[in-house]
Ligand binder design. Structure first.
Ligand SMILES: Cc1cc2nc3c(=O)[nH]c(=O)nc-3n(C[C@H](O)[C@H](O)[C@H](O)COP(=O)(O)O)c2cc1C
Length: 187
């Protein structure tokens, strides 16, 4: 079940370093791409960093709308993650081509991806120097949700859940690590 995550706990959805899907929409177009370079930047108000290459269609839609979404995919979505990270939505609709189901966010128009385990809705905090020079975007998280099967009370709990629901951590070339084993007990 999808449940809201308090904004001061939203950083925990990304703190373990998952590869994510970036959703975007503007001018009647929408898109999704994979991003491994995405991390929390601040607790409250929550902010995130994401690197979005200047050649991507995602970048064009983000710059036009000032918004984006982050969906955190699972091991079961590995092929989908590689696929949306391997071609551009500029010429075709990846959602139709790959039968990707989405749902609407509460605060932004960028689509959220079904079957993921966490979702953050973000508004770009404009920093033109970082964007132009380093492809680095800062987003303020304005809404967050997570799948209660693996995230509740502000914590991930992959142990005991279906292994297919674990998150993906990109190494290189489409190889990922799965996360989820607890080391230490201060959770
Ligand atoms: C696992 C994975 C991680 C990726 N991480 C990033 C990233 O952090 N930043 C980035 O700009 N591109 C990243 N990419 C590449 C984009 O997803 C890729 O360029 C995509 O085709 C852009 O799509 P678009 O033109 O439809 O926006 C990654 C690709 C994969 C497969």
């Amino acid at each position: 079940m999808r449940l809201p995550v308090p904004l001061d706990r939203a950083y925990r959805l990304l703190n373990h370093g998952p590869t994510v899907l970036i959703g975007s929409a503007a001018g009647g177009r929408r898109n999704v791409m994979a991003a491994a370079w995405c991390m929390p930047l601040d607790f409250d108000p929550p902010r995130v960093l994401v690197v979005i290459d200047s050649a991507t269609f995602t970048r064009e839609l983000m710059e036009a709308s000032g918004e984006f979404s982050i969906s955190v995919p699972t091991c079961a979505q590995r092929e989908l993650t590689v696929a949306v990270g391997g071609d551009s939505g500029r010429e075709h609709d990846k959602f139709e081509a790959l039968s990707i189901a989405t749902f609407a966010g509460e605060q932004v128009r960028a689509p959220l991806i079904d079957g993921c385990v966490a979702w953050l809705e973000c508004r770009v905090i404009p920093e033109p120097h970082n964007e132009n020079r380093h492809d680095l975007f800062i987003g303020e998280v304005v809404a967050a949700q997570a799948d209660s099967r693996v995230f509740s009370s502000g914590r991930w709990h992959f142990d005991g859940a279906d292994a297919a629901l674990r998150t993906l951590h990109h190494v290189a070339g489409g190889t990922f690590f799965a996360t989820g084993d607890v080391v230490g007990n201060d959770r």
